[in-house]
Design a binder for this molecule. Structure first.
Ligand code: COA
Length: 387
């Protein structure tokens, strides 16, 4: 079972994109958390928040040089969106720089304090950030994600494929060896602040439309066990008349379709068996088994072998539709070999022929048993059908 992370309002991730930021949104609606844009503007309280955010970045991004984090967080070209809990406590944030003429912004750092990760705050922060940046006429977000963060950014709509024209961003942002450049398109008319509700409504709308078009949501009582009678031992025939099962006819099933399918299956089966017979007949070791054993040549044969069989007889039975299942056909073919080995000594040519022919034919029989298809037969079937 996958572990679920539950926050103070019962929010949790792992529920898919329609629920990911729901818990944090509820906290926001209740006034427990707030999202504020903070810049290095000399205000004492704001500076303190920036220091708290810088400390979260430093702790959560240990590979990043601390001086670099300090420089960017306090750089006047950079801004930060902080998540503030209970009016004063910074629990995470995102530091970014806008390039207004190019209509993109680069995310420099993004982190949530350790004990509150994977509870939906990171997603809520990204949605609030997109909502904010959209109003600033920003069209794209870029970021260098390290290997650990790629999964998170993907779930926020970032892709490794960069759609923005290189002229628009190359030379504006620094190359960063340790990361993968990812891009996210900020759609001008998406309400990112309510995106989970929006997606949920869209999903529900699609489900309602699908329900109108299909009968998938109708559930009928099942068939009583005692009424389920097996009609034939090979299991190929329906045990219950399909038209008597509630819901089958409404789903578009017809007896004509069923019969057509059955006919196709029978045709395939006939062709497959004929192919095996032809393969056997052409085999160099088949000569002792081509026709029934002549009683005049081998007077005691029918005293020893009470259930004789040969290739010609099998073919006749096939043509007379006597093989109602694959198993009956396979049994007859196998009996050619067992009869031969029962009557003859191992050092005889007949015994050896039986072994040789069986070795070749076994693969075909296995194929027939598994899928009622044998090598080379599918082409033949197609040809016949296309006539
Ligand atoms: N790799 C893969 N998936 C991740 C992930 C990671 N590192 N971090 C979070 N996710 C997944 C979550 O499992 C969740 O998916 P789910 O709902 O399908 O389970 C989804 O991303 C969003 O989770 P959420 O709870 O909203 O994210 P968060 O509050 O944990 O914040 C980070 C995500 C990345 C900001 C946070 O984990 C963090 O501070 N990490 C350390 C710093 C960092 O790597 N920053 C990014 C580069 S600057």
């Amino acid at each position: 079972m996958s572990q679920q992370f539950v926050g103070i309002n019962g929010e949790q991730t792992g529920l898919g994109f329609t629920n990911r930021d729901q818990g944090a949104k509820v906290e926001e609606d209740q006034g427990l958390i707030d999202f504020q844009i903070i810049t290095n503007n000399g205000n004492h309280d704001k500076m303190k928040m920036l220091i708290d955010l810088k400390n979260i970045f430093a702790r959560q991004l240990p590979k990043m040089p601390k001086e670099y984090i300090v420089r960017l967080v306090f750089d006047r070209n950079h801004e930060s969106m902080c998540i503030i809990k209970d009016d004063t406590k910074v629990i995470g944030g995102i530091c970014y720089r806008k390039y207004p003429t190019q209509r993109f912004a680069e995310i420099a750092f993004l982190a949530i304090t350790a004990n509150l990760q994977v509870k939906g705050y990171g997603t809520r922060l990204m949605n609030k950030f997109k909502e904010h940046i959209q109003k600033q006429d920003v069209e794209y977000l870029l970021t260098y994600a390290d290997n650990y963060a790629i999964g998170y950014f993907r779930k926020q709509g970032f892709y490794q494929e960069i759609k923005m024209n290189p002229d628009r961003w190359k030379g504006f942002i620094k190359d960063y060896d340790g990361g993968t450049l990812m891009e996210c398109y900020v759609h001008p008319s998406i309400d990112y602040g309510n995106i989970s509700d929006l997606i949920r409504e869209q999903k529900q709308l699609m489900i309602d439309i699908i329900k109108k078009l299909t009968l998938n949501d109708r559930v009928y009582p099942g068939i009583e066990n005692q009424n389920y009678k097996v009609e034939s031992s090979n299991g190929d025939r329906p045990a219950v008349k399909p038209e008597s099962v509630q819901g089958i006819m409404e789903s578009g099933w017809t007896i004509e379709d069923y019969n057509e399918l059955k006919k196709q299956k029978e045709k395939t089966f006939m062709i497959s068996c004929q192919q095996i017979i032809d393969t056997m007949r052409k085999h160099k070791s088949a000569w002792p088994f081509l026709e029934p054993v002549n009683k005049d040549d081998v007077p005691d044969y029918y005293d020893v072998i009470t259930d004789p069989i040969d290739i010609k007889t099998i073919e006749k039975k096939l043509q007379n539709n006597q093989y109602t299942s694959k198993d009956l056909f396979i049994k007859d073919v196998k009996r050619i070999f067992t009869n031969c080995r029962n009557y003859n000594q191992p050092d005889t040519i007949y015994y050896k022929c039986a072994n040789e022919l069986e070795r070749t034919i076994d693969d075909y029989l296995k194929k027939l048993k598994d899928e009622s298809q044998i090598p080379g037969v599918s082409k033949k079937i197609k040809k016949t059908n296309n006539k």
